[in-house]
Write a protein that binds this ligand. Structure first.
Ligand code: NAD
Length: 505
């Protein structure tokens, strides 16, 4: 697919693509050359108000939440079909917008469709209640009801996949949605709106307002008619959102940052561990929440492992995101490039040895950061504690299991962890002791959509994925039904003898 002109991105409100109320827009920039791609309508409180109004009306008046579940799920499957039919364009737009290599965005487009198919299946087969019989007198049962207007706020690092990961369960369970996509990556959100429009969902069920976090995002969070906020992004933004949502008592799901450890023991499968940690930090241009950005290697194999890492880093294909052979592309935005390069500068100041790969001269106009290893590090350095969110991995040697567990847990984050060892008792022992929402043993980050996804500590609150999403996107209601005689206290009712005495007096 050659370069094509990209139209202005508009908001999608009540089934229409519309300009913002204020008539403002901002430029969307290509990370490959820092040239403008297109204009994007900029939303503010007034646009959020219109979108929420449309979503509330669609929720209150139906038919989305009241139609037979099978009928609603047919729309969800239709969205999946249309994503698949448009997969090539989606991956092109995603790579253009984010700088992610096209081979990786192809998989993200496929995963977007899978998210919708998965939740159509889950709602049909797994959104079940529980029954609590009480002898012969009661049966109490639970049902899952949609909550109302779901506010979804997403980041730029895997925009299409993360948006669909929230939209699919929110819609399939019968909620209506207002999405505020990341301002640096609006293109595939817009394509998704076109797809949802084509799928023919009732007006107002799905809405998008583009714009900045501090204006459009904050208005969505503060809106009294928005029942819940599902947020993925930085930890400090998550904390800001929780503060701003407190006045309207928002139900929040928080998927936040990480500084995940990979621990490689001397007895592990050397080549597999090497493949996994290199992929884990350098895929997605290093902009992956579950990236193994802290690598701990057991002392006996440390030198050999580091040599192998250096060789890989030197050979990684840094290139044009549209080239199918590119392994690492440019970072999303110049501002983010500055953050990441400042961390590399800081690493030098903190005494690290910096080993970087190569960026071809012809890419100097893009936001490229070469794949980088930080050696000679210890776990207390800022570069080992703070999320860099780029293709930069801190490598630290360790002597013992106790020492590495202490270091792995000595960080404010707790999203993911990876343990490589052939001693499975040790694998389980360590896996269960690491403070993180998810641990992979002898594997890279392989997703199973049924599992609870989320972080502990400052990496998040709550879990989404599988049936865990129902806990967030639905209200669990209990219905108590008396099916036999049971005692009811008789307040204010006169006892028989008293009533008789009163009559005769
Ligand atoms: P960010 O927090 O800067 O922005 C995320 C979204 O929040 C954007 O849409 C932004 O406009 C919006 N936003 C910003 N301020 C807001 C406010 N005050 N009120 C409401 N909305 C606001 O994050 P980012 O830089 O886009 O994404 C990178 C971060 O996301 C990293 O920290 C990464 O680890 C994290 N992340 C986490 C997961 C996970 O599942 N845990 C997945 C992907 C990314």
């Amino acid at each position: 697919m050659g370069t094509k002109k990209i139209e202005k991105v508009l908001h999608y409100i009540n089934g229409q693509f519309v300009e913002g109320v204020a008539g403002k827009s901002f430029q969307n920039i290509n990370p490959f050359n820092n040239e403008p791609i297109n204009e994007v309508a900029e939303g503010f409180k007034e646009d959020i108000d219109l979108a929420v109004q449309a979503a509330k009306k669609a929720f209150d008046e139906g038919p989305w939440r009241t139609m037979p579940t099978d009928e609603r799920l047919r729309y969800i499957v239709k969205i999946a079909d249309l994503i698949e039919a448009n997969a090539e364009e989606i991956s092109y737009l995603e790579s253009l917008d984010t700088g992610l290599p096209i081979s990786q965005t192809k998989k993200q487009a496929a995963r977007g469709a899978e998210n919708f198919r998965f939740y159509a299946e889950m709602v049909k087969n797994r959104m079940v209640g529980e029954a609590y019989p009480v002898d012969q007198s009661f049966i109490n049962y639970t049902i899952h009801k949609p909550v109302g207007v779901a506010g979804l706020i997403t980041p730029w690092n895997a925009p299409f996949m993360l948006e669909t990961w929230k939209i699919a369960p929110a819609l399939a369970t019968g909620n209506t949605v207002v999405l505020k996509p990341a301002e640096w990556s609006p293109l595939t959100a817009n394509k998704l709106a076109q797809i949802i429009d084509e799928a023919g969902l009732p007006e107002g069920v799905f809405n998008i307002v583009h714009g900045y976090g501090e204006t459009a995002g904050a208005s969505l969070v503060a809106h009294p008619d928005v029942q819940l906020i599902s947020f993925t992004g930085e930890t400090k933004t998550g904390s800001e959102i929780m503060k701003n949502g407190a006045d309207t008592l928002k139900r929040c799901s928080m998927e936040l940052g990480g500084k995940s450890p990979a621990i490689v023991f001397a007895d592990s499968d050397f080549e597999k561990a090497l493949d996994a940690v290199v992929w884990g930090i350098f895929s997605f241009n290093g902009e992956r929440c579950t990236a193994n950005s802290r690598l701990f290697v057991e002392q006996p194999i440390y030198d050999q492992f580091v040599e192998a890492l250096k060789e890989r880093v030197a050979n990684i294909t840094v290139g044009d995101p549209m080239d199918k052979d590119t392994e690492v592309g440019p970072l999303i935005h110049r501002k983010h490039w500055e953050n990441v390069t400042n961390y590399i500068k800081l690493a030098r100041e903190e005494g690290a040895e910096v080993i970087s790969g190569h960026i071809p001269e012809s890419y100097s106009g893009g936001n490229y950061v070469a794949p980088t290893l930080l050696l000679n590090c210890h776990n207390k350095m800022r570069v080992a504690q703070e999320e860099i969110f780029g293709p930069v991995m801190v490598v630290i040697p360790f002597e013992s299991e106790e020492e590495v567990l202490r270091m792995a847990n000595d960080v404010k984050y707790g999203l993911a962890a990876y343990v490589w060892t052939s001693d499975m008792k040790r694998g389980h022992r360590l896996g269960q002791s690491i403070e993180s929402g998810m641990v992979w043993i002898n594997s890279q980050n392989v997703r199973d959509l049924r599992i609870p996804f989320g972080g502990s500590k400052q990496s998040g609150i709550g879990r989404e994925g599988g049936h865990y999403s129902f806990e967030f996107y639905t209200e669990t209601q209990v219905v108590h039904v008396a099916i036999g005689d049971h005692h009811i206290p008789q307040f204010g009712k006169k006892k028989k003898s008293e009533a008789g005495a009163a009559q005769h007096s």
